[in-house]
Design a protein around this ligand. Structure first.
Ligand SMILES: NC(=O)C1=CN([C@@H]2O[C@H](COP(=O)(O)OP(=O)(O)OC[C@H]3O[C@@H](n4cnc5c(N)ncnc54)[C@H](OP(=O)(O)O)[C@@H]3O)[C@@H](O)[C@H]2O)C=CC1
Ligand SMILES: N[C@@H](CC=O)C(=O)O
Length: 346
């Protein structure tokens, strides 16, 4: 029986749910993969908790946002955060759930590079470091013979990367189009269906914990654009940069426009698209209008969708994978399971 030590960097809404789900699934991991999975460390920007033998589930469960989280925990220590801590933590898997900084990669980039250099597997839920340098991180993972898993950062509960890499393995994918941001879909649905004003719908998305800490990241199309960059670079080796994506968000759409579109039987959706052409990759994010009978027009609330065009398996459409912190945590746990599966001793 192998002991698998997990460290979670960034212990906010999603990180907390990762701990909750791993705690609930301990028995499953033992039975299925003969893996004794323990969370040995969790860290925030200033403090963290660490226990070599594994942190008790009740202690982690108590670190809710309402209780002040890690910052307010009397047991948390400044020694248990940062890259030096990670290096000495003995982690086998690092789950990165900190803030997304797509300009510099942010602390996530430091955590991920440190972890990979220490031959720790990495599951990244945050997008920043992957947008900043996915090819470099992938190379580092290969050099150190560990896995870099990214479901949480590529629309989480909606399968995108796994769909292409596993289910469509061997196919040529020529187009990837989808509703990749739950927040914007939630806001557009509220405005279209319930005449809710833009600001009110944004506030509700924030309350539900799906909007990014700065909601402009979702509203201006950055979130979708980041997901497209990561997918294009991971799946197609595209060398795509964020600034190459044509991007328009949903800020400025009014309830009056909604009324007009409703009369025309058209439904607005913020969609992202990656196309592979003979001239290279093109990618865009913008609000597009769909006839009411189109599949995308029927995807409402924080639910997402992806349509993939392939050479020999035709067109596939997946609808679901609502954006939600717990569902994002579940996507990271799926990645963890794939790692355990790959390393199961016969
Ligand atoms: N919410 C969602 O539904 C989804 C979110 N994501 C991504 O997951 C990530 C986390 O999201 P979410 O949990 O909602 O965000 P939160 O803001 O709730 O959590 C992020 C946590 O990161 C911590 N943090 C900040 N800086 C550092 C640092 N240097 N080292 C360690 N921890 C740090 C913060 O703690 P502190 O108090 O110490 O600053 C905070 O608690 C984001 O990148 C987001 O884009 C992906 C899919 C869905
Ligand atoms: N803000 C995102 C959540 C993380 O990817 C969304 O709304 O889908």
């Amino acid at each position: 029986m192998k002991q698998w030590n997990i460290v979670i960097t960034g212990f906010g809404r999603v990180g907390w749910h990762v701990a909750e789900l791993i705690g609930k699934r301990r028995e499953r991991y033992l039975q299925r993969y003969q893996a004794d999975v323990r969370i040995v460390g969790v860290c925030g920007s200033k403090k963290g908790l660490y226990h070599q033998a594994g942190l008790p589930g009740e202690q982690l469960a108590a670190l809710t946002a309402a209780s002040g989280g890690l910052q307010a925990s009397p047991e948390a220590s400044e020694a248990h955060t940062g890259t030096a801590f990670l290096q000495g933590s003995g982690a086998d898997v690092v789950i990165e759930a900190g803030p997304t900084d797509f300009v510099t990669g942010g602390p996530a980039y430091e955590y991920i590079t440190t972890a990979l250099r220490c031959s720790m597997h990495v599951i990244s839920i945050s997008k920043g470091a992957l947008v900043f340098d996915y090819p470099g991180l992938k190379r580092l993972a290969e050099e150190h013979q560990v896995m870099l898993k990214i479901s949480g950062a590529t629309a989480a509960a909606l399968p995108t990367i796994d769909l292409a890499e596993y289910n469509l393995a061997g196919c040529e994918v020529s187009r990837f189009v989808g509703i990749f941001t739950g927040t914007t879909n939630f806001i557009l649905s509220k405005m279209y269906q319930d005449n809710v004003p833009f600001e009110e719908a944004v506030a509700e998305a924030k309350r539900r914990g799906i909007a990014e800490p700065d909601p402009r990241f979702d509203l201006e199309g950055w979130d979708t654009a980041c997901k497209l960059v990561i997918l294009a670079n991971a799946l197609f080796d595209a060398g795509l940069r964020l600034e190459q994506i044509e991007r328009e968000g949903i800020t400025g759409i009014t309830v009056e426009q909604m009324l007009q579109w409703r009369e025309q039987n058209l439904v607005p959706k913020l969609t992202g698209e990656i196309c592979r052409t003979a001239h290279g990759i093109c990618a865009s994010v913008k609000p597009r209008l769909y006839p009411a009978e189109h599949s995308f027009a029927q995807v409402n609330g924080a639910t997402k969708a992806v349509m993939v065009e392939t050479d020999v398996m035709g067109e596939l459409l997946v609808i679901g994978g609502k954006s939600d912190p717990r569902a994002a945590a579940a996507a990271a746990c799926k990645d963890l399971e794939h790692i355990l599966m790959m390393h199961k001793t016969p």
